[in-house]
Design a protein around this ligand. Structure first.
Ligand code: PAF
Length: 287
């Protein structure tokens, strides 16, 4: 695996691979990689001949009081992990390389509707920052396919919509969430948790499963289930940001008869914001 820091070097390396007839797979990341990221790279390597990953902590998607400055930068360990997972080329640009004229004059890409509510409500501008940087990265790498984790469910929906609406010729692949043995979704932000908080954190997934089981068994009073779920989180010492049942594709609030559902949660454990989700397909009988 080689590491490059400029768009010029990136384009040259990708052009060379393309010249050899290779299909390009892409995995954008913010670094501090864990096994979940490794799975994305492995999936890209199964589907493409040449895998590009990027590591860029994108200031445009962080709010003023968020963790941009303390977000862990672990380049050497990340390089090792990427190489082991089958990555061929790492693009690790500086902020100046990505935003040469500064961020305030940056053209933005925004995806209405899907970006509103859920994480979009508590992180204003977040998805505009994500859509902007991902479209820049797509233009720089020009991959045939790109792989994203389903843990960031709303992000994946926003990116799919952006690619469709802007006719980007890129196949978007969602990869299932990788979990620790106790069910906690792997996330770079889990590293912020104290040992006590880490022991508590699996309640997030337990809550999702509890609600999912109830719905799968015919419970249709979603508001009551949500209240129960929030109470479970609060009792464990978390501060729920949202817990909602939505339509799995367009993310509108779930309606009676919907068969493809997703339960989405964001909750604070101390200062750490954990997100997770559970997809649910109901058969005709249950719906
Ligand atoms: O999911 C992430 O790590 C980031 O939001 C992404 C897609 C790399 C854009 O900065």
């Amino acid at each position: 695996m080689i590491t490059v820091n400029t768009v010029h070097e990136l384009r040259a390396a990708v052009a060379q691979a393309r010249g050899q007839g290779k299909h390009i797979g892409f995995v954008p990341t913010m670094g501090n990689l864990h096994n979940g990221h490794a799975t994305l790279v492995t999936r890209a390597a199964q589907r493409a001949d040449f895998v590009v990953a990027s590591i860029f902590v994108n200031p445009l998607q962080f709010g003023a009081n968020e963790d941009l400055d303390k977000y862990p930068r672990t380049l050497a360990a990340d390089q090792q992990r990427l190489q082991e997972a089958g990555c061929n080329l790492l693009f690790a640009p500086t902020v100046e390389e990505m935003y040469p004229d500064g961020m305030s004059v940056q053209t933005r890409v925004s995806v209405p509707n899907l970006s509103e509510g859920l994480c979009g409500a508590s992180r204003p501008g977040h998805f505009e920052g994500v859509a902007t940087v991902v479209s820049k990265l797509f233009n720089m790498v020009q991959p045939d396919l790109a792989v994203f984790g389903e843990k960031d469910y709303q992000q994946l929906a926003v990116i799919r919509a952006m690619v469709r609406d802007l006719n980007m010729p890129i196949q978007i692949i969602g990869e299932p969430t990788v979990r620790a043995e106790d069910g906690l979704a792997l996330s770079s932000r889990n590293g912020y948790l104290t040992p006590e908080q880490r022991a508590t954190a699996p309640v997030v997934y337990r809550t999702l499963k509890h609600i999912g089981n109830a719905i799968a068994h015919g419970q249709v009073d979603f508001p009551a289930l949500i209240e129960e779920g929030k109470a479970q989180l609060v009792a464990a010492g978390l501060r729920p940001d949202y817990l909602e049942v939505r339509h799995a594709v367009n993310l509108r609030p779930a309606a009676f008869g919907d068969r493809d559902l997703v339960i989405l949660v964001a909750a604070y454990l101390g200062n750490t914001r954990l997100i997770d989700n559970l997809y649910l397909h109901l058969d005709e009988k249950t719906a």
